[in-house]
Design a protein around this ligand. Structure first.
Ligand code: MLT
Length: 311
């Protein structure tokens, strides 16, 4: 078998493939920028989020059987084109959920306590004790859009902060939400109630641009928005306008429509905290997504069992 690991992946995951007798494993460092040529006779391709697995690239994959995404979002993979070629696409839902949930709280606390400004001004020799007075998370309402594995981990942590949690997810039952102490509500209700709104849903044609001028207009004045899901969920122009008017009190953004972002208008807003798509980047999560996808790909190639296949 020939396996291409096209992006930096945990050494434990690479070892799992190399331990398979006779398997030829090509890592990102060995590709020399020639993924298309190497893909011609490969059986499996493993990626994270940086490699664009588009239909053109797939044209060169003559015997590819599986694409493993070490992570959750598959928006960098043309799943329809892969499926048409009979290539299974699989991901690792849940493996980085705790990492993303913890980063979400880091960002939420950063917004509540002005942590990034506190750091830069203190380093600059200023002592902005008065203007940096914050607010508590306790007693605030957190609205979670998308109550999957990450949303659930966020909700569990929110309860430890004594927050009230509302969630919107058309695929989740009241019973499941209730088990996590969460009130399930429609989008309008969540928008109208949330002091903090955190996005934890995938990018689809239905969700693209959902946080637009109209949605923001239905939100509580001063709402703080956290996005650790996908940049395209938010209409940046609408968010910038709302940040300037005070309709949105702050935004913490880990994901961007173009990554890395070039001259994002968001960076001109003081009440924005930005991080470079690192919510899922912890040692533990990268080990988990790497070894989980390695096991899934190995199982598929050896026995045809496709776990976490994406359609
Ligand atoms: C995911 O989709 O798993 C996260 O956004 C992290 C990543 O892109 O690797």
């Amino acid at each position: 078998m020939k396996i291409i690991i096209a992006e930096k992946t945990s050494p434990a995951a690479i070892k799992m493939f190399r331990d398979e007798a006779g398997w030829n494993v090509i890592t990102a460092e060995q590709l020399n920028g020639d993924l298309a040529a190497q893909l011609a006779d490969a059986d499996a391709l493993v990626v994270r989020s940086a490699v664009d697995v588009n239909s053109k690239l797939l044209e060169s994959a003559n015997q590819l059987r599986v694409i493993g995404r070490a992570g959750v979002g598959v928006d960098n993979i043309d799943v329809a084109a892969a499926t048409k070629k009979g290539v299974v696409v699989m991901n690792t839902p849940g493996a980085n959920a705790v990492a993303v949930a913890e980063h979400t709280f880091g960002l939420m606390l950063s917004l509540a306590r002005h942590l990034t400004r506190a750091d830069s001004t203190t380093r600059a020799g200023k002592w902005e004790k008065k203007s940096l007075q914050g607010t508590e998370l306790r007693g605030k309402t957190l609205g979670i859009i998308g109550f999957g594995r990450v949303g659930i981990e966020v909700a569990k942590r929110a309860r430890a902060f004594d927050m009230r949690v509302m969630a919107n997810d058309p695929f989740v039952s009241q019973e499941v939400a209730h088990d996590f102490g969460v009130t399930l509500a429609n989008l309008e209700e969540v928008y109208a109630s949330a002091d903090y709104l955190s996005l934890h849903l995938g990018l689809t044609p239905q969700t693209e641009g959902m946080i637009n001028q109209s949605a923001i207009g239905k939100m509580k004045k001063g709402v703080r928005i956290i996005n650790c899901a996908r940049g395209e969920l938010i209409n940046d122009a609408a968010l910038v306008e709302a940040l300037k008017s005070g309709q949105v009190g702050g935004a913490a953004i880990d994901v961007f429509t173009t990554e890395p972002p070039k001259d994002s208008a968001l960076f001109a807003c003081e009440n924005v905290v930005a991080t470079p798509h690192i919510a899922g980047s912890t040692n533990e999560a990268q080990e988990a997504v790497g070894t989980q996808i390695a096991q899934q790909v190995i199982d598929f190639l050896k026995s045809g069992v496709a776990r976490n296949a994406v359609k």
